[in-house]
Design a protein around this ligand. Structure first.
Ligand code: FDA
Length: 583
């Protein structure tokens, strides 16, 4: 640790991106100081869908079980319902987030982790507390004001909001995880693309026991086709489960130009009654807040010693549930790189790969989430409605849906198809898993990226192609089932090989000692520390028994050699080249 720096990495913001950055850095033993503007973590539930990729990152740092204890489990997430109100007519359902019988297998095949529902009121405290336990320092009521960087570090000016006093913090690196109105991103003058604010929405959190209306069709989301529902907002009215089935978030749109409404008790009650569809329930409002439906992403997400993560660089609606997931995964990508550079085991140029790898993801998730709002329009089109404000037409079309004859049949078929298409929002497993990286931290092996055999947004396709995440499958250690993902990660590089791959393991041990690194040896095969009794690893690995994968601390394949090394020297030369290129 340098005496001239107050900390190695200063993290601004305690949302999913900042909390995760502090967590991963602290886990890797890097000094981190997290500052956040308010005297608390998130006071509203906000993002909630937590996908398998995020859970894999949290499993890697030992937090999976802690989060699962507090979250709503996978089996409650699935029956996304389209209706006129909870008590009203149901238009259809789509099994979601891998809970459909067939899709469930797809999800289980990809990951040792489950999907789960955990609002930010759960995830932020879990991550920040663990970060603190592992040595990260946290300062509440501390506002980022500005920064300047030089060859040796970053000087950040902050204001203590309790005393009003300003002071500076000197760090080697700075992470701007300060959300959609990021001052750090603005100060870096990051270039953004996309139309910006495209709609307004309000979120009202309330307690009400609605079990009798939903417990028979458990879901995270219930979507309401009501007069005016498609205006702005997320395409329809929404009731979202916060706690099954007693706490809810209501979402409804408002016109950005007109500005957010005033949340009087009457306005709030009227909306809740409309979406629930009866008025025979008691409710207690916990919060009401407007937010902007954004379509905005940065095309450069870092400059010099300053890196932005999360909503600071990708701003999009909650559709597809990518908000906090992408934010946490940004930090998972960045943290091991910073840890290695701070420890002196990697050249600072490794940090350039953060922008190369994550900026394309920012664009992809923003476009996907906004496309999902547009796709909800297919439900209106199926009913031959251009909007829902013509109540007479709306009612006539809903009646037609139940009428015999070809007209009714056409509407029914079109509606089924429009709802099924929403798999691109509610079962977009490929969007979550098929993130591939091309950068200086990945060494191509000369093979083209495998073609997708099915829709790459809907279906995850595992591969060991350099730049893809290591495939998961179940193998055994001492007879006990472990995931291939459990064999790697934990802040270190790994070499994964099999019978005949001993030269790779010897080369890895030598190079690790020379470079002051830990490289985890993984040998899979009969009589080896890890066995493949189901034979599924052999099916997935795309290399021979004596080939090798070099896996990064974030579980991504950095390099691949398909066959046995020609000699011990050749193994050493190859591994040295690949490690050298990455680090
Ligand atoms: P986030 O905004 O969570 O955190 C930013 C942090 O920076 C905060 O701790 C803030 O206090 C701090 N900060 C800001 N400026 C600072 C400064 N100058 N100095 C110090 N600290 C500063 N997404 C989703 O997927 N599903 C959903 O249902 C919802 N719902 C939802 C509702 C509402 C009301 C909002 C506002 C947002 C959502 N979202 C959402 C979006 C989701 O919340 C968002 O994608 C993630 O929180 C992004 O995480 P970040 O950590 O990047 O930013």
């Amino acid at each position: 640790p340098s005496p001239t720096h107050d900390t190695d990495v200063l993290v601004v913001g305690s949302g999913p991106a900042g909390a995760a950055a502090a967590l991963f850095l602290a886990t890797y033993g890097t000094r981190a100081l997290l500052i956040t503007k308010y005297g608390r973590l998130s006071d509203t539930p906000r993002a909630h869908i937590t996908n398998q990729r995020t859970m894999e990152a949290l499993r890697d740092v030992g937090l999976e079980e802690r989060l699962m204890r507090e979250a709503t489990p996978w089996e409650y997430m699935g029956n996304t319902t389209f209706c006129t109100s909870l008590a009203g007519e149901e238009l259809g359902r789509i099994p979601s987030w891998g809970t459909d019988t067939v899709r469930h297998a797809d999800y289980e095949l990809q990951s040792p982790c489950t999907m789960l529902d955990a609002p930010q009121t759960i995830t932020e405290p879990v991550m920040v507390q663990a970060a603190q336990e592992r040595g990260a320092r946290v300062r509440f009521d501390t506002e980022y004001l500005s920064h300047s960087q030089d060859d040796d570090g970053v000087t950040t000016t902050v204001r203590d909001r309790l005393t009003g006093r300003e002071h500076t913090i000197r760090s080697r690196y700075l992470i701007g995880a300060d959300g959609a109105r990021s001052k750090v991103a603005a100060d870096l003058d990051l270039p953004f693309e996309g139309p910006g604010a495209v709609g307004g929405a309000m979120s009202i959190v309330f307690e009400a026991d609605l079990s009798h209306l939903v417990a028979h069709r458990p879901s995270v989301l219930y979507w309401m086709l009501q007069p005016g529902a498609e205006k702005e907002g997320v395409g329809l009215g929404v009731l979202r489960m916060i706690k099954p089935w007693t706490e809810w978030m209501l979402m409804w749109g408002y016109e950005v130009a007109a500005g957010p409404p005033t949340f009087t008790d009457e306005v709030v009650r009227e909306l809740a009654v409309a979406l629930v569809g009866t008025d025979d329930f008691e409710m207690r409002v916990k919060s009401a807040s407007p937010w902007t439906v954004n379509h905005h992403f940065a095309t450069t997400i870092a400059r010099g010693r300053v890196f932005c993560a999360g909503d600071a660089v990708h701003r999009h609606p909650p559709t597809n549930g990518l908000g906090s997931n992408t934010s946490i995964q940004d930090s998972y990508n960045l943290a091991w790189k910073l840890a290695h550079v701070v420890a002196g085991t990697a050249d600072p140029s490794l940090l350039d790969s953060y922008d190369a790898e994550r900026a394309p993801i920012a664009r992809q998730v923003v476009e996907r989430a906004n496309q999902s709002i547009a796709d909800t329009g297919r439900i209106l089109q199926a009913l031959d409605l251009s909007d829902t404000t013509d109540v007479g037409k709306l009612e006539a079309q809903l009646a037609l849906r139940k009428a015999p004859g070809p007209e009714g049949e056409k509407v029914r078929a079109a509606l089924r198809e429009a709802i099924a298409y929403k798999a691109h929002e509610f079962d977009a497993h490929g969007v979550e898993h098929n993130q591939r990286y091309a950068s200086s931290a990945v060494v191509p092996d000369g093979t083209p990226m495998p073609e997708y055999r099915r829709d790459p947004e809907l279906y995850a396709q595992p591969t060991t192609w350099p730049g893809a995440k290591l495939p998961h499958t179940w193998v055994t250690r001492g007879g006990h089932r472990v995931s291939t993902l459990d064999l790697v990660g934990k802040g270190s590089f790994s070499v994964v090989t099999g019978i005949g791959g001993e030269p790779w393991l010897e080369a890895a041990a030598e190079l690790a000692a020379e470079r002051g690194l830990t490289i985890t040896p993984v040998s899979i095969g009969p009589g080896r520390p890890i066995e493949d009794p189901y034979g599924t690893w052999a099916d997935l690995r795309e290399i021979g028994d004596a080939g090798v994968l070099l896996v990064r601390p974030d579980l991504y394949v950095a390099g691949r050699h398909a066959g046995a090394p020609a000699s011990a020297d050749a193994a050493r030369a190859w591994l040295s080249d690949v490690l050298g290129a990455v680090l």
